[in-house]
Design a protein around this ligand. Structure first.
Ligand code: 13P
Ligand code: SF4
Length: 347
């Protein structure tokens, strides 16, 4: 595609949120990336939180963590460029070890992934022998390797239910665990990680238990019930959508809770006068760019600094310099693959 054509396409979508000169610059970068992508036989996967110019120009596939993991497992390209965060790129490598997987920014972390280690899981298994471990995909490979099955925000409840176990260890997102507990009618407890670990006992009077962990998403933990009440006061007909990494108090007051793609589909399939998205801000911009007729209320104080590390400039350098290559030691990868594939095969 020519630069002029790319500029036109981006301009149509982005002129309300970005100055013309910036759109022109982004169009030039996008054309170079798409050219190089062909030459290098690469596929670009773009998470729903990517900034609007990148999101609407270079990804071959866009989606939530689960959809992109599936695409990574299916691709026949030589190189996967993951425009998302490190744990997502690692999941791609776990599923497609023979491919070169590139992450355009060196770190692009995640507060949830940083909140737990493989040692933590080994200790939990010692404390609760025989209890299955469900791990959110927002974790690093060595943590997945210690788990029985992974889940995403799109299938957490179904994965827990598939285990047919009264008690489940669910890590590391405290709020996602709380939302699953509410939806499955399970009682939730949190072991506290302290030096030497305190004695933790399961409450044997209760039939149903989720053993959680105090990890949180640094973006979604900031949304409050007050945010929803204030929006409803100003816009009584607003439809509120929350990601399940928000607290159970927040999701209980929202009209809908679901993965990033589930929220996008909800907005596309409904005809409300206003929407409030309680999630990373770029996603609202991306929906507005694709559907200018949709009225998205903006609550953009909360942005994910890790997702924001992925830019068009860095994606171009990533393809030019083959950087940053994601590696997962084979023994860890094999064990992590079992947990990820079990999830993919379930749903
Ligand atoms: P999704 O799987 O819903 O895309 O969520 C990923 C994520 O990191 C949300 O903060
Ligand atoms: Fe992690 Fe939260 Fe950023 Fe998603 S939005 S990548 S969970 S820090």
């Amino acid at each position: 595609m020519s630069i002029d054509r790319m500029y036109e396409e981006l301009y149509q979508k982005l002129h309300k949120i970005m100055p013309e000169a910036e759109i022109r610059l982004k169009a030039e970068l996008a054309v170079q990336i798409n050219q190089l992508k062909k030459e290098r036989n690469a596929v670009i996967l773009g998470h729903n939180y990517m900034e609007p110019a990148l999101f609407h120009s270079i990804p071959d596939f866009k989606g939530d963590s689960l959809e992109l993991a599936r695409k990574a497992a299916e691709t026949d390209k030589d190189i996967i460029v993951f425009c998302g965060v490190r744990f997502m790129a690692e999941t791609a490598k776990i599923l497609s070890p023979e491919k070169t997987v590139l992450l355009p920014a060196e770190k692009a972390g995640c507060s949830l992934a940083e909140s737990i280690t493989a040692d933590d899981i080994r200790l939990l298994r010692e404390k609760f022998p025989g209890v299955p471990v469900v791990t959110y995909v927002n974790t690093y490979a060595e943590v997945k390797a210690e788990s029985d099955v992974c889940c995403t925000s799109g299938n957490a409840k179904a994965v827990v239910e598939s285990l047919n176990s009264d008690t489940v260890i669910f890590l590391p997102d405290e709020y996602l665990a709380g939302n699953v507990a509410r939806e499955t009618g399970k009682h939730i407890i949190f072991p506290t990680k302290m030096k030497g670990w305190p004695e933790i006992k399961l409450d044997t009077d209760l039939d149903y238990q989720i053993i959680g962990w105090h990890g949180k998403c640094e973006v979604h933990e900031l949304f409050t019930v007050e945010d929803i009440e204030n929006a409803r006061k100003l816009y009584p007909d607003v439809v509120v959508l929350a990601h399940p990494e928000c607290s159970p108090e927040v999701t209980a007051r929202a009209d809908f809770a679901g993965s990033t793609s589930a929220m996008i589909k909800y907005v596309e399939q409904h005809d409300a006068p206003h929407y409030l998205l309680l999630t990373e801000c770029s996603m609202g911009d991306n929906i507005m760019a694709a559907h200018p007729e949709k009225e998205m209320l903006r609550l953009c104080t909360h942005r994910c600094p890790h997702m924001a590390e992925i830019t068009l400039e860095d994606t171009l350098q990533s393809l030019k310099q083959t950087r940053y290559v994601i590696e997962v030691p084979e023994d860890i990868r094999k064990r992590a693959e079992k947990a990820v594939r079990r999830m993919i095969e379930l749903f």
